[in-house]
Design a protein around this ligand. Structure first.
Ligand code: G3P
Ligand code: CA
Length: 239
C-alpha cells in the first residue's frame, strides 16, 4: 500500500464542470481523499468558488468576480455543454455539503493576481463556522498570504509554486508553510526526497496521465492533485 492521497482538482473536473457542486459530489463518489477548489471574492464580500478572476470562461456572463454581487453571480449559468443548470457555488455551500462527508478540502485562495482585502480572515472564519478546521488545507501562490494564514489559523497551510528553479525547502523557510503544492513539471524526485527528509508533505498538480500518476505514487508523493479522481484512485488502489 502507498501513502499518496488523491485530491480532485476543482472537483472531478475532467468529466464535470470545474468548481461546481456536481464536480465535488462526483469526486466524493470516486472515493478520493479530498477536493481542491478556488476562491475569489464578490463585490459584496461573498467567498465565491471559481478559478478565474472573471466569469467569462466558465459561465454565460462577463466581468470580474470582484465587480459582481452574489445576486449577479447566482444569475449566471455554467457554460459547459450538458451542464447548463449548474451555478457558481459559494464557499459556504460547499462547506455545508462537505461537513456531511469525510473529505479534506484544499481551499486555494486566488489572491495572487487580484488583492482581496480581508480574504484570509473571512475564509478562516467560514471554515470555523462549520467546524472544519481539521479538514482543510489552505494554499496560495501569494506567499505573503501564506505567512498571514500561518498567523491566524492552526489549519495546514501550503505554499503553491509553478516556477522552475524554486527550492521548496527555502520556500518553507521563508513562508513558514506546512506543505508544498507544486506544478509537477517543476518538481524533481530529488527535491521531493529533500522535503520528505524534513517531513514536509508535497502535493503535485495536475497529475492526469496514468504514467505520471504512477511515477509519483511510487515515489511516495503525499498528494496527487488530479482532474480525474476515478483514474487516480484506480491506479492508487492497484499499487
Ligand atoms: O492548487 C493546485 C492548482 O489548482 C493550482 O493551479 O491554476 O489549477 O488553480 P490552478
Ligand atoms: Ca486551484
Amino acid at each position: 500500500m502507498n501513502v499518496s492521497k488523491v485530491f480532485a482538482h476543482r472537483g472531478s473536473s475532467l468529466k464535470y464542470p470545474e468548481n461546481t457542486m456536481l464536480a465535488f459530489k462526483k469526486a466524493e463518489k470516486s472515493g478520493c481523499y479530498g477536493i481542491e477548489l478556488d476562491i475569489h471574492m464578490s463585490k459584496d464580500g461573498y467567498l465565491v468558488v471559481i478559478h478565474d478572476e472573471t466569469v467569462n470562461r466558465t459561465t454565460n456572463g462577463r466581468g470580474y468576480v470582484k465587480d459582481l454581487t452574489k445576486k449577479d453571480l447566482k444569475k449566471l449559468s455554467i457554460k459547459r455543454k450538458w451542464f447548463k443548470n449548474e451555478k457558481i457555488p459559494l464557499l459556504e455551500e460547499v462547506l455545508e455539503w462537505a461537513v456531511q462527508t469525510d473529505l479534506v478540502i484544499n481551499i486555494e485562495l486566488k489572491n495572487d493576481k487580484v488583492a482581496y482585502e480581508g480574504m484570509e480572515e473571512a475564509i478562516v472564519q467560514k471554515v470555523a463556522d462549520f467546524g472544519l478546521e481539521d479538514r482543510v488545507i489552505y494554499s496560495t501562490f501569494n506567499h505573503q498570504s501564506v505567512k498571514k494564514l500561518k498567523k491566524i489559523t492552526s489549519s495546514e497551510v501550503a505554499a503553491l509554486y509553478s516556477k522552475k528553479g524554486t527550492n521548496p525547502l527555502l520556500l518553507i523557510k521563508s513562508t513558514g508553510a506546512d506543505a508544498i503544492h507544486a506544478n509537477f513539471r517543476v518538481m524533481t524526485e530529488s527535491l521531493m526526497r529533500d522535503c520528505q527528509h524534513y517531513g514536509i508533505p508535497v502535493r503535485l498538480y495536475t497529475l492526469n496521465k496514468p504514467a505520471v500518476i504512477s511515477k509519483w505514487i511510487n515515489a511516495g508523493l503525499a498528494g496527487v492533485i488530479t482532474d480525474d479522481p476515478d483514474l487516480a484512485e484506480k491506479i492508487r488502489k492497484e499499487k
